[in-house]
Write a protein that binds this ligand. Structure first.
Ligand SMILES: *[C@@H]1O[C@H](CO)[C@@H](O)[C@H](O)[C@H]1NC(C)=O
Ligand SMILES: *[C@@H]1O[C@H](CO)[C@@H](O)[C@H](O)[C@H]1NC(C)=O
Length: 524
């Protein structure tokens, strides 16, 4: 037996060498199209979501809330930027025809129009690459207002009629779910001839004049800047809430380049040309938080989003059984400790240490309560361990499950912050987070007796969710963002080997024969 294992190990290492030699993806390859945000020819887009990740109604004269800024840098006689998206493209909105791009069904439907516009912008920005082409980084802005009388949002993916709420969700009045003003400063070369800069900004107060500055109104801004040929892009973010818009989110996302992305049930475009799967990926980024955004700012050092069904099967677009899964590390040290031994419904049923040891949440000597802010379960799960809190059923197009973490020594082994305040205001850091390793050990609900879901993440984000506060301001710089695949999966390698052409097939079979291990035992 032991001898056999040795032979297997030998073969495996030989095959790994073959694998590398043949120019397949190296074991440490980037999953994003623009590793570390270093590419001069930037690809960035904007999307705005209402409470349940749709559009609902477009803001007057703003078009569909999707836009992009993409260009290549030409260096014939000084630098110049060759833009790929026109102002007209960015202004596209309901009622505007675009044959072959916008379908008849989308023409008067703001939700569908945004989807088709995003695909179109994605095609304009697309960069050919292996294993897949990619389109852009995504700036995502979300308004947390919910008018329950609007009938706009489903409940755990099921359509529901309008209803009266009892102050559970912020909403000043009819129209509180509006889309924002979007201003766009197309990337340009500054007068030094070398610095490139562009921006998106705006407010949700559609009637606001700028005379009074930002007092009393909401505000968002993303400015990106880089010197041609030097360093990487720095994305400078600002987010401010107001009395009318006390719950806002602003993230920079690396989304899947096709298929769904976290929390979005439509075909999407993005930056993840390879989808990272737990445990084999890391996330690298530099984060410099200038202003925290107050006590209620849930600043996500990193947020990962995916989708799988409660039976472990991949999502297929059926919103009644698809479940969005999120996990987030909140680094605001003022975050309340909702999970504790007296509020077990806010904690996941168990914690798994890196060595695989599991401790149940009732084991109050060993369970690391302070490592969790809150856990909430999918509203459509049928075999939950009580006590349990279920996630908000309205704020996603389908049911969702969320696990929010806080800095704690148990996460240290994954390169995550271990103390409250690490990486917070005045403590800028470059992080290398073993997001894959950590997320492979997190608790997520699954129906008993079903095969564990493959944890494939379609969205990796950084940014803040201010929930809920008035006149709170957050400000941060993000750079060096990368998602790195750390090791090829065994099954993938095997599949590659089996798919190899004749020559390689012979080579592999020769190795197998000379080690006198037959194919069957190798497969086992
Ligand atoms: C958006 O940014 C531009 C350029 O920095 C600035 O002139 C404008 O005032 C900003 N918009 C708002 C609403 O502050
Ligand atoms: C696993 O790690 C935990 C926490 O460090 C420790 O308490 C436990 O004894 C370890 N278990 C084993 C089997 O090593």
């Amino acid at each position: 037996m032991q001898k056999q294992m040795k032979q297997l190990a030998l073969i495996f290492s030989v095959i790994l060498q073959v694998h590398g030699y043949e120019g397949s993806p190296s074991p440490h390859s980037s999953a994003v199209g623009d590793p570390g945000m270093k590419r001069d020819g930037l690809r960035v887009a904007f999307e705005a979501w209402n409470f349940c990740n749709e559009v609902g109604f477009e803001a007057p004269h703003m078009g569909s809330p999707r836009a992009a800024d993409c260009f290549d840098v030409s260096s014939t006689s000084g630098y110049s930027l060759m833009h790929k998206v026109t102002d007209l493209d960015n202004k596209l909105g309901i009622g505007m025809e675009k044959p072959g791009i916008i379908s008849e069904a989308a023409l008067q439907n703001p939700d569908l129009y945004a989807v088709e516009k995003e695909l179109y912008l994605g095609s304009l920005c697309q960069v050919s690459d292996k294993p897949n082409p990619w389109s852009f980084w995504m700036v995502m802005l979300k308004n947390g207002n919910y008018d329950t009388k609007s009938g706009l949002c489903p409940q755990n993916g099921k359509k529901i009629p309008p209803f009266n709420q009892l102050g559970k969700f912020p909403c000043f009045d009819t129209g509180c779910m509006n889309q924002p003003v979007l201003n766009h400063g197309k990337t340009e070369l500054l007068s030094d001839g070398q610095t490139m800069r562009g921006w998106f900004n705006g407010t949700y107060e559609l009637e606001a004049g700028l005379g009074n500055g930002l007092n009393g109104i909401s505000y968002y801004e993303v400015v990106w800047e880089k010197r041609v040929g030097i360093g990487g892009w720095v994305f400078k973010h600002k987010l401010k809430t107001s009395k009318k818009y006390p719950w806002l989110m602003l993230y920079l996302r690396a989304d899947a380049t096709k298929g769904f992305s976290g929390g979005y049930h439509y075909e999407t475009r993005g930056m993840l040309k390879t989808l990272p799967e737990s445990p084999n990926f890391k996330v690298r980024l530099t984060l410099d938080i200038k202003q925290g955004g107050g006590q209620k700012s849930q600043f996500y050092l990193v947020d990962i989003g995916s989708c799988w069904k409660n039976n472990g099967k991949p999502c297929d677009g059926d919103v009644t059984t698809d479940v969005t899964r999120y996990s987030e590390m909140i680094i605001n040290p003022k975050t309340a400790l909702w999970c504790n031994s007296k509020s077990l419904y806010n904690c996941p049923p168990y914690h798994t240490f890196r060595n695989g040891t599991r401790v149940h949440r009732t084991d109050n000597r060993r369970f690391p309560y302070e490592a969790y802010h809150v856990y909430c379960a999918p509203g459509n799960a049928e075999h939950l361990e009580v006590p349990v809190g279920t996630c908000d059923p309205f704020s996603n197009p389908q049911a969702q499950e969320i696990l929010q973490l806080l800095p704690h020594p148990v996460w240290g082994e994954y390169g995550y912050p271990t103390r409250l305040g690490d990486g917070w205001v005045g403590d800028p850091r470059t992080w290398e987070l073993d997001v894959g390793g950590l997320s492979s050990r997190l608790y997520f609900y699954q129906d008993p007796g079903t095969t564990p879901a493959r944890r494939i993440w379609t969205s990796v984000d950084v940014g803040t969710e201010i929930y809920e506060d008035e006149e709170a301001i957050a400000e941060w710089h993000l750079s060096d963002f990368d998602v790195v695949i750390t090791s090829a999966r065994r099954s993938q390698i095997l599949q590659k080997i089996f798919n190899y052409g004749d020559k390689k097939g012979v080579y592999v079979s020769v190795i197998i024969k000379s080690n006198t291990v037959n194919f069957q035992s190798f497969e086992n």
